[in-house]
Design a protein around this ligand. Structure first.
Ligand SMILES: [Zn+2]
Length: 152
């Protein structure tokens, strides 16, 4: 499968959008990815960037764990990066995925979904008392960056 994005603003383009100027910036130049693997690798990097941003913005954040679907799903560019965030400052409200659009200017060219839970809810997810959305499972943990740990 070939994936195509706008060379100017990094927006991923659907098949229908490829024949027209980029819906976001009007750009006409394209970058083509021949391998799904490129998407998977880039998402892993972007997930780390996102985690770093969130850790530095939110002091109550204890842990961030990637949530992933199947490898096939994760290689689709429009499939969001999904993070489970354990936050001591959050009001327990169950597993509520919140969607965010891509922010290429901030180095986040993919959409994201954040599920924020309290430490107690996280324990319930681990014991499967609380369920993650269907098809999602916990993947790698994105550790808190050293420079933030040092400020605590
Ligand atoms: Zn564009």
């Amino acid at each position: 499968m070939q994936s195509i994005r706008c060379a100017k603003c990094s927006r991923w383009l659907t098949v229908a959008e490829r024949a027209h100027p980029c819906p976001r910036c009007g750009g006409l130049e394209r970058i083509t990815f021949d391998k799904n693997q490129a998407v998977v690798e880039e998402k892993a990097e972007v997930a780390k960037t996102l985690a770093r941003k969130h850790f530095s913005a939110e002091r109550g954040l204890q842990r961030i764990i990637r949530l992933t679907g199947t490898a096939e799903v994760e290689s689709i560019p429009v499939e969001p990066i999904k993070l489970l965030e354990v936050n001591t400052n959050t009001v327990p409200s169950g597993v509520l995925p919140v969607s965010f659009g891509p922010a290429p200017a901030s180095g986040i060219p993919y959409p994201s979904v954040i599920v924020e839970v309290s430490p107690e809810e996280f324990a319930k997810i681990q014991s499967q008392e609380l369920k993650l959305p269907s098809g999602w499972s916990m993947g790698e943990e994105l550790p808190k960056p050293l420079e933030i740990l040092e400020q605590e």
